[in-house]
Design a protein around this ligand. Sequence first.
Ligand code: FAD
Length: 406
Amino acid sequence: GRRFDVVVIGGGAGGLSAAAGLLRRRPGLSVAIVEPSSDHFYQPGWTLVGGGVFTAKQTCRAEARLIPGGAEWIRTRVERILPDENRVVVADGGALSYSVLIVAAGIVLNWGGIPGLEEALGRNGVTSNYRYDLAPYTWQLVQGLSRGTALFTQPPMPIKCAGAPQKALYLSCDEWRRRGVLDSISVGFDTCTPALFGVPAFVPALMNYIRDYGVDLHLGSRLVAVDGARRVATFEREGGAVKVEREYDMLHVVPPQVAPAFVRDSGIADDSGFVAVNPATLQHNTYKNIYALGDIAGTGNAKTAAAARKQAPVVALNVLATLAGKNPVYAYDGYGGCPLTVERGKIVLAEFGYGGKLMPTLPKWILDGTKPTRLAWFLKKDVMPRLYWEMLKGHEFMVKPEKLAS
Ligand code: FAD
C-alpha cells in the first residue's frame, strides 16, 4: 500500500481541522484524509434548520472544497485499523501505511436501535434534527401543528451535543407560542438522563423554560419502540419498571449513538468502544503514534464541534512532536460548548470542561452563560458558522493550546 507521514480517518470537523493545522505548521508533510462522503455538513446548524432559521443548504459544502491544500483526499472508508502494522485497510481492500494515525471518524447514529423508528422517520410526524434530510421536516411539522401531542426524546449518553434534543423542543414550543397554539398542544420531553442537563449551573435557566412552555418532563425515560402507522411511542420509565404508550401527532427523536464498529474492534478502543487516548494530550494510551479527536475520542468532554476546535491544534502540535521522535507537549483542557436555543433570539450558552468545570470564553459581565442572552443567539447564528468554516482551514481563533504541566 501507499505510505504517508500522517493518515487521518474522517474529513469531518475534527479530521479537517487537525489536518489543516498540521499542514499550516509543516507544509511539506504528506497527509492523507480518508473520507467517503462528497458532502460535509455543519451539523450544529441543523438545530436552526429544524427551527426555521437556516435552510438545510446553508449547512452543506462540497468536501472537495474543504480538503486542505497539500493533503490528499482518499475518497473511501476505512474498514480496519492494524495498529501493530501501522496500517489501515480501506474499502476496496487496499492499505495505507502511516507514521502517525489520527482517528476522527465521529460517532454513529444507531437508528436501528429503536424498533420501528427507521421505517417511521420522515413520514407520519416522525422526525429528527440529527439528519440533514429530516431537519427541514421538523420545521414543516412544527408549522403544521396547531393542536394535539408533540413528543421529544433523548437517548442515553454518550451523544453528540447533548443539548440538541431539548433545543428542538424549545424552538418548537417558541414557535407554537408565537402562533398562539401552545396551549392547545400537549408537549412532552422524555430523556434517559437523570437530569435535564449534565452541568447543574445551567439547569435552573432551562427549567424556567420547561415550566413556561408547560412541558411534561420525564427524566430517566427511554424511548423503546415507535409504531409509525398507529402513531404510538413506547417508553420505559423508572429503570424499565413502567412501560408507557403515548399517542403523538409529532415525534422528534434523537437516536442512541455508538462508536463505529471498525474502531470498537480495532484494538485501540476502551470498553465503551471509543479510542483510548490520554484526556490531555489526546495520544493513544499504548500506541504512541495514534491520536484521536472529536466525537470518537474516549475522553470525558462534551462531544461537540466546540471541543474539536480546541483539540485540533493540540493534536497538530503533538503529532509534530511524535513525528520528531519526542513526547507530546501540549494539553487539551476538556472544553466543550453547547448553545441551548431556549427561544428564537435567546440562548443559554453552556461552556464547560472536564468534570463539568465552567469555562466561559467571555467574562461574565459581557455574557453570563447560565442565563438566556441575545448575544449568545447572535454568536450562534452569525459568528459560530463562520468560525466553523475557518476552523476547517486551520485558523485557530482564540485557541491557545497550553503546555502540558510537567
Ligand atoms: P464528524 O464531524 O461527524 O465527522 C466524522 C467524519 O468521519 C464524517 O465525515 C464521516 O463520513 C467520516 N467517517 C465515518 N466513518 C468513516 C470511516 N470508516 N472511514 C473514513 N471516514 C469515516 N457541536 C457544537 O459544538 N455546537 C452545537 O451547537 C452542536 N449542535 C449539534 C446539533 C446536531 C443536530 C448535531 C447532529 C450535532 C451537533 N454538534 C454541535 C456536534 C458536532 O457536530 C460534532 O461534535 C462534530 O461534528 C464532531 O466532529 P467529528 O470530526 O468528531 O465528527
